[in-house]
Design a protein around this ligand. Structure first.
Ligand SMILES: [Fe+2]
Ligand SMILES: [Fe+2]
Length: 294
């Protein structure tokens, strides 16, 4: 069993300071195998905001897979926007814009969907899709394949199509052939779990789309700050959302959904069935099919 902590939309420069210490404490307490941050680390891509984000990341467990969001590209400095769009991000967060992690149970690839030409929309290009396939296709089915982007591949009910990652349909077709199992994203500041079967109807395959809300931003779109704990134990995945409780001054479990991977894609298990599944740390004797990338 592997535990991923999925944080998104930190927005340093506009964070609720009261949440930071409890968030770090809760994430550490979860003892994750991997921490994922799906973009928008800052509010306006300023160096001081990235420095604060860096300090926050340093307080969290490693390894980490971090991707940039549209807010991590400068908005008003037009020169920087087009010629050095991710310079501050690269200096303070990571130079690796396509981070990859793999072990015996999970393979996780980050993809940068932030672009200079659009203010907030994202894109995935052919080269990036080819790279995902290159990384993921080699893994056997028992390894859960996770792709991390800032912009989502699917939306909650009533969501705006323009928020989807651009060229998503073509990307999904290519990813389906390699069996991308889970797509982690942010951007909407709303949590949501669904699967791509309805939207993309890719034969015999659907990916689980897990959307994290904003962990620390003061712009919560009516939802309390939250993040996800994703437990992976093939063929099951449990997505637990922890939400900020101002009364308790702590992040508390708010919802939990468990899914089973079947030949036709993911099925959400009824709560009584899910309750019978134990996610335990020592269930695998599987060996990695590819050595872990450093
Ligand atoms: Fe955001
Ligand atoms: Fe965003």
């Amino acid at each position: 069993m592997k535990i991923l902590v999925h944080l998104s939309d930190l927005h340093f420069g506009r964070v609720d300071e009261a949440l930071l210490a409890p968030l770090v404490e809760t994430v550490r307490g979860a003892a994750p195998d991997l921490v994922v941050v799906s973009g928008d680390l800052t509010q306006r891509a300023r160096a001081w905001q990235f420095r604060e984000a860096r300090e926050f990341l340093d307080a969290l467990p490693s390894p980490q897979i971090v991707v940039p969001g549209n807010h991590d590209v400068p908005l008003y400095n037009v020169f920087a926007r087009f010629f050095q769009p991710l310079d501050n991000y690269k200096e303070h967060i990571t130079r690796d814009l396509e981070p990859f992690y793999a072990d015996a149970e999970i393979a996780v690839l980050g993809v940068n969907t932030a672009r200079s030409l659009t203010i907030k929309d994202g894109r995935i290009n052919e080269r990036q899709v080819a790279r995902i396939r290159e990384h993921m296709c080699a893994y056997a089915d028992h390894v859960t394949k996770v792709v991390v982007t800032h912009h989502p591949f699917d939306l909650p009910e009533g969501g705006k199509e323009s928020d989807l990652v651009g060229r998503a349909r073509r990307a999904m077709e290519a990813l389906a052939r390699c069996g991308a199992d889970v797509l982690l994203a942010g951007h909407l500041h709303l949590s949501h779990t669904g699967h791509t079967a309805k939207r993309y109807n890719t034969k015999g395959h659907s990916a689980l789309v897990v959307q994290a809300g904003t962990a620390t931003s003061t712009r919560g779109r009516g939802e309390p700050n939250s993040f996800n704990l994703v437990r992976v134990q093939h063929p099951h995945i449990q997505v637990e959302r922890l939400s900020w409780s101002a009364d308790a001054g702590a992040f508390k479990p708010a919802s939990s959904e468990t899914f089973r991977h079947t030949p036709d894609g993911w099925t959400r298990l009824p709560d009584e069935v899910a309750a019978g599944i134990t996610f335990a740390a020592d269930t695998t004797g599987l060996q990695p099919s590819i050595p872990r990338a450093e």
